[in-house]
Design a protein around this ligand. Structure first.
Ligand SMILES: [Zn+2]
Length: 74
């Protein structure tokens, strides 16, 4: 019997629906930021303000300021 399995393996990626709209308000084709927090890491983790996108320095999550027209997306 191995004791190596005492550590519980992290469950796979939690299915997190990224609700960008919680952080960004899309006005026409403008993206207005409410917060600059990473949607993955959660509140508290700021994202770097790049010229055309925000990049989380922790997980690398990128949010583009300009979003293409949304197609019907499930
Ligand atoms: Zn992040």
């Amino acid at each position: 019997m191995s004791k190596l399995s005492s550590r519980k393996p992290k469950s796979k990626k939690k299915k997190v629906s990224v609700r960008v709209s919680d952080y960004y308000k899309i006005d026409g084709d403008k993206l207005i930021r409410k917060n600059q927090f990473c949607t993955r890491c959660g509140p508290g983790v700021f994202m770097a303000d790049m010229f055309d996108r925000y990049v989380c320095g922790k997980c690398g999550f990128t949010v583009f300021k300009k979003q293409p027209t949304r197609k019907s997306h499930k």
